[in-house]
Design a protein around this ligand. Structure first.
Ligand code: NAP
Length: 336
């Protein structure tokens, strides 16, 4: 018997999620049965999509019910094993939710190589956000040398990698960010050509300055005003990847729009929504190999924003929507 704690959603948020939309639950976990393992969580990922799961009503995945454990992936270490496939001490990733411990079947667990990479990266640059950037840009964006690529939320887990893969492919990269520190980071450390601080600068003016010949690829992580401006400035045969709409996730009423789709006719451009879960294991393996190689070669850098302490998960989650996170947002739950 193992004493455990997990965070559940206690009520559906209205607008920005608040601490009282969550509750900490104590439970006793049963020992793992045959084919199962007990995992101690080391890192828990906080991702914008979790806000969508907290919303009642239809989406691409079922929403959370009241008092259900908060959804999400963790990386952890196997403390008890009743599986012939996963030895004690293995580092693993699993969809365990916001929990300190979990019992999982070995088929639900992925064993991770801890010798070559930091364990936390399997939730970021070598995890779901990394694959999102890779597949979204390369499969849908089809970047070509000399093209102009705009990416929003450019210093974040997905956006930072999109810009760097764009650079590897010879594109000119413009990133939108919410403050000067992030602007400096993407231009001086990640090699973006320009940054636009959308909270301070005139987005329209800056886009016109930096994208004289129009935007060939837009990797949209945020929606809203930035997307309106970009759509009005597309180049001929542009590609728009709709990856996220974080500016709308806390909206109480569904916003009207977009209203400027005429620009897609004028430029004969394409707009396509993406879901990272649709790419499959074979493509993911290729993607992870290439991203790992780029990291080793120094062509890709990544940043993690690690908050210590399981108890801080609900407060930390808000940072995604205020822009206070800087890099892949993670909770460090325990030491090895
Ligand atoms: N389709 C898929 O399969 C898929 C998979 C993964 C992620 N996504 C989406 O990709 C996007 C980025 O995710 P991530 O994990 O990389 O998060 P992230 O960029 O690390 O963090 C979220 C960032 O969004 C920006 N933001 C928050 N509210 C905003 C607003 N109102 N207007 C403009 N920017 C705002 C903030 O940066 P600033 O300080 O720069 O504003 C914040 O730091 C999200 O929309 C997410 O839902 C989609």
């Amino acid at each position: 018997m193992i004493n455990n704690q997990y965070w559940a959603m206690s009520s559906h948020p209205e607008g920005m999620p608040k601490k009282d939309n969550f509750k900490l639950v104590n439970e006793i976990l049963e020992e793992p049965q045959f084919g199962q393992v007990l995992i101690k969580t080391l890192f828990l990922t906080l991702d914008p999509y979790m806000r969508g799961r907290m919303r009642p009503g239809p989406s691409y995945a079922p929403g959370l019910k009241k008092d259900e454990i908060m959804t999400g992936e963790i990386v952890g270490i196997v403390e008890i094993s009743n599986s012939t496939k996963i030895p004690i001490g293995s580092f693993v990733r699993a969809r365990s939710g916001w929990t300190k411990y979990s019992v999982k079947s070995d088929s639900e667990v992925i064993i991770l190589d801890h010798s070559s990479s930091r364990i936390s990266t399997y939730l970021g640059v070598l995890g779901m956000p990394g694959l999102t950037a890779y597949h979204g840009l390369l499969e849908i964006g089809q970047p070509k040398a000399g093209e102009t690529l705009v990416v929003s939320a450019a210093s974040g887990a997905v956006g930072a990698l999109v810009g760097q893969i764009g650079k590897i492919n010879g594109c000119r990269i413009i990133g939108t960010v919410g403050n000067e520190v992030k602007a400096k980071y993407i231009t001086e450390e990640l090699g973006f050509d320009y940054a636009i601080n959308y909270k301070k600068e005139n987005i329209e003016e800056k886009i016109k300055d930096f994208c004289e010949n129009g935007i060939d690829i837009y990797f949209d992580n945020v929606g809203g005003e930035i997307t309106d401006v970009v759509l009005n400035n597309l180049a001929y045969k542009a590609r728009v990847i709709v990856c996220g709409q974080i500016s709308q996730y806390n909206a109480i009423k569904t916003p009207i729009g977009p209203r400027n789709l005429w620009s897609l006719i004028r430029t004969q451009s394409k707009i396509e929504g993406m879901l990272v879960s649709e790419y499959g294991d074979k493509k993911n393996q290729v993607a992870l190999k290439r991203i790992s190689k780029w990291i080793l070669e120094g062509k890709v850098k990544y940043k993690e924003d690690i908050i210590e302490g399981f108890q801080n998960a609900p407060d930390a989650f808000q940072k995604l929507f205020t822009g206070e996170n800087f890099g892949k947002l993670l909770i460090k739950v325990d030491d090895i």
